[in-house]
Write a protein of this length. Structure first.
Length: 77
């Protein structure tokens, strides 16, 4: 997030919410001026303008982490 009174966008690896549609994503980096996000558990990345990035609630972070852990448990070893 940018601007006065807003927190900066978390570093790569942090979870955020795309306020445009409510999707939760893990920050993977930057793509030009946009923030690059990937859904928990994998899937296609998408770009989000930094002004549309919002911090997630603790419950949202917990659900996202559980999704990732469940996905890791399904991968072949």
């Amino acid at each position: 997030m940018t601007g006065e009174g807003c927190e900066p966008v978390p570093a790569a690896g942090g979870f955020v919410v795309d306020a445009r549609d409510g999707r939760v994503g893990r920050v993977t980096g930057r793509s030009g001026p946009n923030v690059r996000l990937r859904p928990p558990g994998g899937g296609p990345e998408w770009d989000c303008p930094p002004e549309a990035v919002r911090p997630p609630s603790p419950g949202v972070v917990l659900r996202a982490r559980v999704t990732e852990i469940n996905r890791e448990g399904q991968l072949p070893r």
